[in-house]
Design a protein around this ligand. Structure first.
Ligand SMILES: [Zn+2]
Length: 404
């Protein structure tokens, strides 16, 4: 898909002079080639020797001027073939120039053009995909514009990538990303928060443990306090298990294939800052995975753990690698233009890997069946907070399938 987006430019006097002189040179080259009936860009090196001023313009821009003549002549002869009366190409002054592949760079709000300079640009909209061309235009009202031509491969790649994991209609598969900011995010857009009542109980546990440490060793009070701590500890564990049982039950009841990451909890806990480690521990992902596992086995369903490496970095739409660190909460793919929450992207990758692992999938690309008819709806995925005490709240748009 080719996209053209126009942005206004604000060159200063010095740069504007250069832009004008570039356009003058382009006009000169255009007219010279027309006059000599030459429309092959191999003429340019010779031309540069005779007219050294031409070197002030980026060579790709000059090549495009010559190509323009060729295209115009082609268009004329096409018209002629159709029996239309056509005249000749006329000399004209050029008001635009094309930078293709090279000679330009957009850095924040600055457009840098080779042999011209830096021009403030107002990026009123995000540029999607890979930039192929930048066309600089000067219009009659004396304004400068840049038309940015970019190519997004989203649709094509979407088909190709999806091909491997399309499922029989009645089978529901889900990928679950277990993460730090929330307990989990799944590939249907359901976000489950860290359970509040567990956090509360943990706070109480900490308080009681501090009290215990202050009691004199061997004292009666210390013994008493130890019992209090044990009780609160039990409460924390109960609440946590209760939460994990409910969540795992929800997934096993609603899906035929549940994929999650095979986490190395120990490894993650010891890396990074301590606040993060605590949250990971709280989440009890390992326990969750094992609950899902045995519940799925009992229900005759599949629970698979997939390799975690790359699930965050890979783009779930086009498959290319988009590096990000922990603080990047959004997956924004420069190759295909897809934008979505980081954890959602991971969950989609986990889902795909899960399906690949069990070897499911059909070859027909029919992404409409996936409930993702419009690509841009990916950016506005449904998110909902699951209330574990009121599981009916959870949205499930498709009918529930209990067995394969
Ligand atoms: Zn992508």
């Amino acid at each position: 898909m080719i996209k053209v987006t126009r942005f206004k430019l604000y060159p200063n006097k010095e740069v504007e002079d250069k832009l004008f002189s570039n356009l003058r040179i382009c006009s000169f080259v255009y007219n010279w080639c027309l006059e000599h009936n030459i429309w092959n860009d191999s003429v340019l090196p010779q031309l540069k020797e005779v007219y050294p001023d031409i070197k002030e313009v980026h060579s790709i821009v000059l090549q495009n001027v010559v190509h323009q003549i060729r295209d115009n002549i082609k268009a004329l002869s096409e018209l002629k073939k159709k029996g239309k009366r056509v005249g000749r190409l006329r000399h004209k002054s050029r008001h635009s120039m094309i930078f293709e592949q090279t000679g330009f760079k957009i850095d924040e709000d600055i457009l840098k053009l080779s042999k011209i300079g830096a021009i403030p640009i107002v990026l009123s909209r995000p540029i999607k995909g890979e930039i192929k061309q930048i066309i600089i235009k000067h219009n009659k009202t004396n304004d400068w514009f840049a038309s940015v031509v970019s190519e997004t491969t989203a649709i094509n790649d979407w088909f190709a990538f999806r091909r491997t994991y399309l499922l029989p209609k009645q089978v529901r598969a889900v990928g679950i990303d277990l993460n730090v900011s929330n307990f989990s995010t799944d590939s249907d857009g359901l976000v489950i928060e860290h359970p509040k009542n567990v956090k509360k109980a943990e706070k109480r546990l900490k308080r009681q443990q501090r009290k215990l440490s202050r009691k004199v060793k061997g004292s009666h009070n210390r013994k008493k306090q130890r019992r209090v701590v044990a009780k609160v500890h039990e409460k924390v564990e109960n609440r946590r298990s209760d939460f994990l049982h409910k969540i795992s039950r929800y997934y096993v009841d609603n899906y035929d294939l549940i994929a999650s990451e095979g986490l190395s909890i120990a490894g993650m806990v010891h890396s990074g800052n301590s606040g993060l480690s605590k949250a990971i521990l709280d989440a009890s992902w390992g326990k969750f995975n094992s609950y899902v596992q045995y519940k799925a086995e009992n229900a005759g369903k599949y629970a698979v753990s997939v390799i975690a490496k790359g699930t965050t970095q890979d783009c779930c739409i086009c498959g290319r690698t988009v590096p990000k660190d922990l603080k990047d909460r959004t997956h924004s793919c420069p190759y295909c233009g897809s934008v979505m929450p980081r954890d959602y992207n991971s969950s989609m990758n986990i889902r795909r890997r899960g399906i690949e692992k069990v070897g499911w999938g059909t070859p027909e690309p029919c992404f409409l069946d996936m409930g993702m008819g419009k690509l841009n709806t990916l950016a506005e995925i449904r998110t909902s907070i699951l209330d574990v005490n009121n599981p009916e709240q959870v949205f499930i748009s498709e009918p529930r399938i209990s067995r394969l």
